[in-house]
Ligand binder design. Structure first.
Ligand SMILES: [Zn+2]
Length: 161
């Protein structure tokens, strides 16, 4: 059996979700003495510093705080080479490393990759693979229910709405 190769989308989401809020406390897996081990566990090549830079750069673009062109430098070393197969030409992407893989995955996902709407209590991102593309929370179990409960509570507090 061949080794399971991690998809670049999965790698991107893991990287983006490496600084969650846990019980309201910000936590950064890419800072501190455990950062290197965390990267190895998740099979993400690179140092904690370069991984943080990559994560923060993509996260800022996804949140609309930075322009997509700020990610251009990650693609400088990327080349595509044509490979002839029985089915015709297929383009093989080479070069650029983890930064290019993550940025290309982000570009291919478009608006299917977004921040969880529970932005007061959650800093996670989600990839919506559903057909209607209307998912709003990283997890219905946690953020979805929490937000619904809060809205319900707010409704009860202000009956004039
Ligand atoms: Zn969430």
């Amino acid at each position: 059996m061949s080794k399971v190769v991690r998809s670049d989308e999965d790698l991107l989401l893991t990287l983006l979700n490496s600084s969650p809020l846990l019980d309201g406390e910000p936590r950064d897996e890419l800072r501190g003495p455990g950062a290197g081990a965390w990267l190895r566990t998740h099979e993400i090549p690179g140092t904690p510093r370069t991984s943080r830079e990559l994560r923060d750069a993509i996260a800022a673009v996804v949140r609309g705080e930075a322009r997509p062109t700020t990610l251009q430098h990650y693609l400088h070393a990327v080349r595509q080479i044509p490979v002839l197969t029985e089915e015709g030409v297929q383009w093989k992407t080479i070069g650029g490393g983890i930064g290019a893989r993550a940025v290309l995955a982000w570009a291919a996902l478009g608006d299917r990759l977004r921040a969880c709407e529970n932005d007061q209590e959650c800093r996670l991102f989600l990839i919506d693979r559903s057909k209607p593309n209307t998912r709003r929370w990283c997890s219905m179990k946690t953020c979805g229910n929490r937000l619904k409960a809060r809205r319900h509570h707010e409704k009860l507090k202000s009956p004039t709405d």
